[in-house]
Design a protein around this ligand. Structure first.
Ligand code: G1P
Length: 298
């Protein structure tokens, strides 16, 4: 029987330099997308996929992320006294009861692969998910929230083979992502297909496709062993992509293409786009945004 995905690693140790000065004193993961921090959207996505243990890989100066998911007794007490039940609900129940939040430190910025390896002792030889909080996966409005990640987990449940979520990106963007080689095969949305190779941030001429790995992974624990012997790759960092390229030769790896809107909140334009996209899903805000765009001011 295929082991269930209970644990998710969410690396949050990045400095957020692309978002400075906004991130000088505030972790980038706590910048709001519409009405809540980006990290809350991502944690909820993990939980919707069946995850019950969240492991933040963090660093000094980013304690506010853990605080966001912890109780804030004074605030809760004051809101309760004032009868502000609705707001109280959003503050109190950031994650449902029974969800456990852990954190582990990454003291050196040695790359995504290294960040994942920092959580090894909490992963207990179980398969796990990795969700990168820069990326907001906004599923089509007609679907349940967080459909794409849940589909990724389902594909694991069916096969026991590691899964990565991919989406087509513009040719000039391939050098910013891990790129999947599907052996010339065209991926169909939500059909999990074998990956032939993975390459981290290739130049356009070396890119095997324009299918980018978007920061959502469901992986067997074997990848941790592989990460232990992965040497620094692109940017001098230990790349998760490189360990996955090894994994696929040993036991296969599948890609699942999503048709969700992907917003890279790690840069200013992507962050703004994410805010507008999520805001447009709220009826009241939608009419305000539409009026602004229709006014002569813009
Ligand atoms: C990381 C991964 C890359 C992936 C990307 C998704 O890169 O290394 O493979 O495609 O996230 O956002 P980073 O954006 O951290 O440089």
């Amino acid at each position: 029987m295929v082991a269930k995905i209970k644990k998710a690693v969410i690396p949050v140790a990045g400095l957020g330099t692309r978002m400075l000065p906004a991130t000088k004193a505030i972790p980038k993961e706590l910048l709001p997308v519409f009405d809540r921090p980006i990290i809350e959207h991502v944690v909820k996505e993990a939980i919707a996929g069946g995850v019950t243990e969240i492991i933040f890989v963090t660093r000094s100066g980013k304690e506010a992320i853990e605080n966001h998911f912890d109780a804030h007794y004074e605030l809760e007490h004051r809101l309760e006294r004032k009868g502000k039940e609705t707001i109280l609900g959003t503050v109190k129940n950031v994650v449902p009861e029974g969800i456990k939040i852990f954190s582990v430190r990454q003291s050196d910025a040695l790359g995504l692969g290294h960040a994942v390896l920092c959580a090894k002792h909490l992963l207990n030889n179980e398969p796990f998910a990795v969700l990168l909080p820069d990326v907001l996966v906004l599923d089509q409005e007609s679907r349940d929230n967080n459909y794409s990640f849940a589909q990724l987990v389902k594909a694991w449940d069916k096969t026991g083979t590691g899964q990565v979520m991919v989406e087509r990106v513009q040719p000039d963007a391939v050098e910013s992502y891990g790129i999947a080689d599907l052996n010339g095969e065209l991926a169909e949305p939500f059909k999990s297909q074998p990956v032939n190779g993975l390459v981290e941030k290739p130049s356009l001429k070396d890119a095997p496709s324009n299918l980018a790995v978007l920061g959502r992974y469901v992986l067997p624990s074997r990848v941790l062993e592989l990460l232990e012997s992965t040497t620094p790759g692109v940017g001098g960092e230990i790349q998760l992509t490189d360990a996955l390229d090894e994994l696929l030769k040993l036991e296969g790896l599948n890609a699942l293409e999503t048709d969700a809107e992907i917003h890279d909140c790690g840069n200013k334009q992507g962050f703004l786009g994410a805010n507008l996209a999520v805001g447009m899903r709220d009826a009241e805000t939608k009419s305000v945004i539409k009026k602004l765009f229709e006014s002569n001011a813009w």
